[in-house]
Ligand binder design. Structure first.
Ligand code: NAD
Length: 362
């Protein structure tokens, strides 16, 4: 494995291997692209089997952040960090602070946040070592839990998808099957119920299902049965890779639109949805509310502005569906096209000679 070859494949700018034996820290920070701004993306802690697995993951995740920020119209680049270790048994204050010290050495080229295996409380330790952290409560500019904003953006994304596929964005009577009743799933059900959608819910934790059933009159199904539910919208809000060989043929919906990251196991599953006439709202577009929320921390947090920007996911998705239709490509490819287009434009702009500062001819 040649690391420069891997970086070259998707155009990564910088990869930092961080090692602090005293704190038992082994982490990798990947900065994919800073054309649009500083690289922002969470720190994930996961028991990777080896360094190669961690490296592949951090490269993939940081690239995804570049695309997400670009399509959301934010002045941010893409980055991500992974800590190698089991968050249940190996996470310590010392380890988190050591990670924060490494983040600090980058002087803001990379800004971190929580991710899988790292909670808001854990980030408080990172914040003691660096100010380049978002999504924490104790910071004067802290925006706290981004889930309600993610859910709100996802709700507007579902409306846009319904307009495109069903001819109306009114969710009254629309059947939505929600997978996952966690932070985002719960708030999403709240928004959907307020508009009169008919909700089916599942989760592997019965108490979370019960809460959604009681609060919003949802119907519960077993976790694996969610793929077979006849509905207009399937909203994945739990795991990644749930659109795969096993599930894609089972779906009885007209739209897939939910907040989970990396919903397509592989790109070809996006093609399979397209071939079946199921409209797919690309995950990193519809779930950008959380990123929009933490971005506003950097520029001066204002909850209403975040919500307004998250509402803009409605128009962004409609543009993507239009590109897909015009170019006769699946929507996930249209989203990538839009992200790359914005990056191209920004690069061209930055490469333009500045007439005012051009040296005088000799
Ligand atoms: P969460 O951990 O609070 O909720 C996930 C829920 O999924 C949990 O209740 C869990 O029990 C359930 N679950 C796990 N496996 C399941 C299965 N097989 N079937 C049904 N349910 C299952 O996480 P969250 O913050 O609500 O995030 C949900 C998804 O959205 C994740 O993929 C996350 O990466 C993505 N996302 C979240 C945000 C955010 O602001 N929180 C932003 C962008 C993307």
């Amino acid at each position: 494995m040649d690391i420069f070859d891997l970086m070259d494949d998707e155009g990564h700018e910088q990869v930092i291997f961080c090692h602090d034996p005293r704190a038992k820290l082994k982490s990798i920070i990947a900065i994919h692209d800073t054309t649009l701004g500083p690289a922002l993306g969470g720190t994930r802690m996961w028991p990777y089997r080896n360094t190669q697995e961690a490296l592949i993951d951090v490269l993939r995740l940081s690239e995804g952040m570049t695309y997400k920020a670009s399509v959301a119209g934010l002045a941010l680049g893409g980055g991500k960090a992974v800590i190698i270790g089991d968050p249940k048994t190996e996470k310590t204050e010392e380890l988190l602070r050591a990670h924060g010290q490494f983040v600090d050495t980058l002087c803001g080229r990379y800004i971190t946040a929580e991710d899988v295996g790292i909670s808001v409380d854990d980030m408080e330790f990172v914040y003691q070592e660096t100010k380049y952290v978002t999504g924490i409560d104790s910071s004067p500019r802290g925006s706290g839990d981004p889930s309600p904003v993610t859910a709100f953006g996802c709700y507007h994304g579902i409306k846009a998808s319904c307009l495109k596929q069903l001819g109306s964005d009114d969710l009254k009577g629309v059947r939505v099957a929600v997978q996952g009743a966690g932070h985002v799933g719960y708030y999403l059900c709240q928004d959907l119920a307020a508009e009169g959608a008919i909700i089916t819910i599942t989760d592997i934790e019965p108490s979370k299902v019960e809460r959604v059933v009681n609060d919003f009159g949802a119907t519960a199904v077993e976790p694996d049965a969610i793929y077979d539910v006849e509905c207009e919208v399937f909203a994945p809000c739990a795991l990644g890779a749930i659109i795969n060989d096993r599930t894609v043929r089972r779906l009885r919906c007209r739209i897939v639109a939910g907040a989970a990251n990396n919903q397509l196991a592989e790109d070809r599953h996006g093609d399979a949805l397209d071939a079946r006439g199921i409209l797919y709202a690309p995950d990193y577009v519809i779930n950008a509310g959380g990123l929009i929320n933490v971005y506003s921390e950097i520029v001066g947090y204002d909850h209403d502005t975040s919500m307004q920007k998250a509402r803009g996911i409605y128009d962004t998705l409609l543009s993507i569906f239009e590109i897909a239709e015009e170019e006769k490509i699946p929507s996930y490819k249209a989203a990538d096209w839009l992200a790359c287009q914005r990056l191209r434009e920004a690069r061209e702009e930055s490469e333009k000679p500045d007439e005012m500062s051009a040296p005088a001819p000799v």
